[in-house]
Write a protein that binds this ligand. Structure first.
Ligand code: PLP
Length: 395
């Protein structure tokens, strides 16, 4: 008999994927231009042209054996050195190459970290709204995930609720800023308050509570908003990063874990990270794209396109009467649904071929996620339909 747990997981299909597949079918019937698919978080901005140039250069420069061969498990040393240097320059850090562990994207970074940290009975806490994959990642690596309900007026952290959820079994807190699905960036005040709480609780329970900072959207941030570098605020932070969004390379599977030497049990943690990557079968991150990441780590795709989309959609929807916390980054808007049941609201939106994702799967019912990593034209054409939808609710 195959694993019951894995079979059960297959029946819990991703709502996002289902909506996307529905959209693909609809396109065949009504035409691509008449389907407003806001379901997926697939970057719409192309990777910087330097990425392709680097690929060519690297293929010319290295022998085929070298470029397609295994690297050492944590990643090519010169790649890690370059990335450490870039982080040191940008965030006044003091990383050395041994503090960087190359991975196949944020999903791998997270799974490796959960596996590296988890002992029986360990719990992780995240804050709604949250990336739904945390649930299966934490469970798969032997932990339990608890979710702090959203503060729907700001999408910052409800500290009281978080404090009540921390127990002697809490191993780590998972944060994601800029956030998927609400686009909100945690303020410095929020992070300082969080750090103070975690220091207090670590002391109370006599063990470190790690902060796992999942930051694939770190560079996708708009005018006037600052994304704090979390390890400056809480020393026991493990950064899980990915180039999927900033460089628009989600299919290439490349990212890293960064751990400063100040993190509690640094030596054991780095050993555990290496072992976790090994038992999970990652072997090493893609050799070619490690090298591309090193050469392009200070670049991003054209973020101004996402900012234009954000402004168009946020201004348009709020003028119509939708309620929405203004996102400071990422490429998602998370307005309130116009009825309590977001699933039913999304069904009504489908009548206009507006494909939205109910907030329920992000731990935040009553809201919908709109991924605006789409053509600006799609948003322009969708706005009158959002207006018709609002009129159905008498708004
Ligand atoms: N974390 C968050 C918050 C995400 O939104 C995503 C992808 O959408 C991931 C992690 C996984 O990213 P990657 O493609 O780098 O594995």
């Amino acid at each position: 008999m195959v694993s019951k747990e894995m079979v059960a997981l297959a029946s819990k299909r991703s709502v996002i994927r289902e909506i996307y597949e529905y959209g693909q079918q609809r396109q065949l019937i009504v035409g691509k231009e008449n389907v407003y698919d806001f379901s997926l978080g697939n970057p719409s901005v192309p990777a910087p042209k330097e990425v392709n140039l680097c690929v060519k250069e690297i293929l010319d420069q290295y022998s085929a054996v070298e470029v397609h061969g295994y690297t050492v498990a944590p990643g090519d040393p010169s790649v890690r050195e370059t990335i450490a240097h870039s982080l040191n320059q940008r965030f006044q850090m003091d990383y050395k190459k041994e503090d960087i562990f190359m991975t196949t994207g944020a999903a791998a970074s997270l799974n490796i970290v959960f596996r590296a940290l988890t002992n029986p009975k360990d719990e992780f806490v995240t804050i709604a709204p949250f990336f739904p994959e945390y649930q299966c990642f934490v469970t798969a690596q032997g932990g339990t995930l608890k979710v702090v309900p959203a503060d729907i007026d700001t999408f910052q952290i409800n500290m009281e609720a978080l404090e009540n959820m921390i127990t002697p079994n809490t191993k780590g807190i998972i944060i994601n800023s800029p956030n998927n699905p609400c686009g909100v960036v945690y303020s410095k005040e929020t992070l300082v308050e969080l750090a103070n709480l975690l220091k207090k609780k670590s002391q109370e329970y006599q063990h470190t509570i790690y902060l796992i900072s999942d930051e694939p959207y770190r560079e996708i941030v708009y005018q006037g908003v600052t994304v704090e570098y979390v390890p400056h605020i809480y020393k026991d932070t493990i950064v899980c990063y990915s180039y999927s969004k900033s460089l628009s390379l989600p299919g290439e599977r490349i990212g890293y874990i960064a751990v400063t030497k100040e993190v509690e049990e640094y030596d054991d943690l780095m050993k555990a990270i290496a072992s976790a990557a090994r038992v999970l079968g990652y072997v090493n991150a893609p050799s070619l794209f490690q090298r591309v990441a090193a050469r392009c780590c200070d670049m991003t795709g054209d973020i101004s396109i996402y900012e234009k989309n954000r402004n168009l959609l946020y201004d348009g929807l709020t003028k119509m009467g939708y309620t929405c916390v203004k996102p400071g980054g990422a490429f998602y808007l998370f307005p309130r649904a116009l009825e309590e049941d977001a699933v039913s609201f999304c069904e009504k939106a489908k009548k206009y071929d507006l494909l939205l994702v109910p907030g329920d799967s992000f731990g935040c019912p009553g809201h919908v996620r709109i991924s605006y990593c789409v053509d600006t034209k799609t948003i322009e054409n969708a706005l009158p339909l959002f207006e018709k939808l609002a009129k159905e609710y008498g708004i």
